[in-house]
Design a binder for this molecule. Structure first.
Ligand code: NAD
Ligand code: UFG
Length: 337
């Protein structure tokens, strides 16, 4: 299939591109490079033997998007589906800059939908997030749980889910797959692609990596008084390559159905902050000093998926364990020093 990948030079998009190419698909990427680097394309080529066609395009600019579809239309070609990763994703930043988040994520997605409609490409896989479950009534979390968001980033995810669902009601040709990711970490085992946030990271694994690399002195553990086995927050960490493969499995679903299909992509296992720290130290043989701090506002005690629906309907399940996630995350940093 020919797949248009928005945000394809980013963390999850680049890993998904590799898995798509390895599965025999043709990938075309567009990205505005606001949070990724063009060099990723060379790494993808090294890993797959194929350099995907790239458009530097901003989804806030409809003409940028039209140009991509137009170029293929000239050759009587179209995309079989779009995988939509492009977006801004930092929760804290979204609280400080809500308008930027609503504009980029919502207006950008509306532009993409309009252009897809215009060029009769009506199949889309969307990167949603477990953030749409808010503080769940219980764990593990199933897809039919109540939805509730607590910050502008989460609001944009839920709004995008609703917009995409609404268009399938209005036009029966549309097919939408919403993938709700739990906590993606790790990197490709080659160390060629991975996650490299600028400045001080918000998320646990990038922070641990910076502490292990002595770029940051100490990890602050946000709370040890939760109702969890060791008192620290529990999350469902998933290897980014497993997550990427989930998209390849979801492709068959999106092209062969109509309406909305929703799947959790997680492992179904919860690990605490201290589990992650200790595992990272053990498998990589590096110290990760930490200090217990107060709870981070907005955090929940426990969040992990019931991934049964993805297994049953997409024939997908996560394979890599926490040790492998920690090993690959560290390998990426060492390789790129
Ligand atoms: P990322 O920032 O590495 O990738 C997103 C890409 O989108 C970047 O390359 C960025 O340059 C691009 N982009 C942003 N705005 C754009 C615009 N207006 N036009 C064109 N390109 C634009 O993030 P990621 O971790 O790969 O996340 C991918 C998607 O998955 C995002 O939608 C994110 O919200 C979602 N998600 C991520 C996580 C996570 O923990 N990483 C969890 C749940 C959901
Ligand atoms: N944590 C620390 N110290 C840190 C960073 C995080 O103790 O420096 C803890 C948090 O309190 C939490 C756990 O590590 O208990 C995981 O925190 P992350 O920030 O890595 O991940 P979150 O679960 O808070 O949120 C992430 C993304 C959201 C997404 C959500 C579910 O940031 O965008 O996963 O997919 F919505």
């Amino acid at each position: 299939m020919r797949i248009l990948v928005s945000g394809g030079t980013g963390f999850i998009g680049s890993h998904t591109t590799v898995e798509l190419i390895k599965s025999g698909h043709e990938v075309v990427i567009f990205d505005n490079l606001s949070n990724s680097k063009i060099d990723v394309l060379d790494s993808i080529q090294t890993l797959t033997g194929v350099k995907p066609k790239f458009f530097k395009a901003d989804m806030l600019n409809k003409d940028d998007l039209k140009q991509i579809f137009e170029e293929y239309k000239k050759e009587n070609k179209n995309f079989d589906a779009v995988i939509h990763f492009a977006g801004l994703k930092a929760v804290g930043e979204s609280v400080a800059k809500p308008v930027m988040y609503y504009k980029n994520n919502i207006a950008g997605t509306l532009n993409l939908i309009e252009v897809m409609n215009e060029y009769n490409c009506k199949k889309i896989i969307f990167s949603s997030s477990a953030t749409v479950y808010g503080s769940p009534k219980s764990v593990p979390i199933s897809e039919d749980f109540e939805l509730h968001t607590t910050n502008p980033y989460g609001n944009t995810k839920l709004m995008q889910e609703n917009i995409l669902s609404d268009i399938t009601v209005a036009d029966k040709e549309w097919s939408v797959v919403l993938l709700r990711y739990f906590n993606p970490i790790g990197a490709h085992e080659s160390g060629l692609i991975g996650e490299d946030p600028n400045g001080i990271p918000n998320n646990l694994m990038p922070y641990i990596v910076k502490v292990a690399d002595k770029k940051i002195e100490i990890l602050g553990v946000f709370g040890d008084d939760y109702d969890t086995p060791d008192g620290t927050g529990v999350r469902d960490y998933i290897h980014v390559v497993d997550l990427a493969r989930g998209h390849v499995c979801a492709l068959n679903k999106v092209v062969n159905s109509t309406g909305v299909n929703i799947y959790n992509l997680g492992t179904g296992k919860g690990y605490s902050v201290l589990d992650v720290v200790k595992t990272f130290e053990k498998v990589n043989n590096v110290p990760v000093p930490y200090v217990i701090k107060g709870r981070r506002p907005g955090d929940i005690a426990e969040c992990y998926a019931n991934p049964a629906k993805a297994k049953e309907e997409l024939n997908w399940e996560a394979e890599f364990d926490l040790e492998r996630m920690c090993k690959d995350a560290w390998n990426y940093v060492k390789t790129n020093k």
